[in-house]
Design a protein. Structure first.
Length: 212
């Protein structure tokens, strides 16, 4: 049975190019094209595609919102973002919306058919160029979770980072627009939270835990 694909992009030339490419594949059938999210939702209801390729920038509802709307339906299709945008906000937004793949248009022509097969089989895909962005995002989220688990506030983490750079209480006070007394009190609170005896041990413990 052929994989039923729907193409959603506001550029007709790109849609036709993708259709032409996929028509050469024996196991893939393009069941429809849509130039807007609204048309895509109606078309998906009629044609029940297995996989939908979606551009980020669409008139009205954007591609991420379209993914979210499609995924909310019973028997939701696999959703593949095809975009020129490498921005972290789009990548994270698409993945949070449960997109099954995020591919850049710059390399999609070479990998699209393979990607469709893999995504249809349940394997998520990400363009090679975006892996570093995703790893960095994972590290950022992991660090934020570690900081929350430590009980430290964002301001206390900033104080720790300045301490780690050798900052004195007055230097930190100037940097954060605080009084020196306030900084000394915060340093004491930080050492208590981290179970340290002094600021040097507090910095060492924060580094060991991955807080800074």
């Amino acid at each position: 049975m052929k994989i039923r694909v729907m193409i959603v992009d506001d550029h007709q030339i790109f849609r036709r190019g993708v259709r032409s490419l996929l028509e050469d594949e024996d196991d893939i059938e393009v069941v429809g094209e849509a130039g807007s999210a609204q048309d895509a939702l109606a078309m998906a209801e009629r044609h029940k595609p297995d996989v939908v390729t979606i551009d980020i920038r669409l008139g009205g509802m954007d591609g991420i919102q379209l993914v979210r709307a499609l995924k909310a339906r019973p028997s939701a299709p696999r959703c593949m973002i095809l975009s020129t945008y490498e921005d972290r906000q789009y990548l994270v937004g698409a993945l949070e919306a449960e997109a099954d793949a995020y591919l850049l248009k710059s390399n999609s022509y070479e990998t699209l058919a393979v990607a469709i097969r893999q995504v249809h089989a349940g394997a998520p895909m990400l363009s090679q160029e975006l892996i570093a962005t995703m790893i960095e995002e994972y590290r950022k989220v992991a660090t934020q979770q570690i900081q929350r688990d430590s009980g430290l506030t964002p301001q206390e983490v900033r104080v720790l980072r300045l301490l780690a750079k050798g900052g004195r209480s007055q230097d930190i006070a100037n940097e954060l627009a605080l009084t020196e007394i306030t900084v000394k009190r915060k340093v004491q609170e930080i050492t208590t939270k981290l179970g340290a005896a002094n600021r040097v041990q507090a910095v060492a413990e924060a580094i060991r835990r991955g807080v800074i």
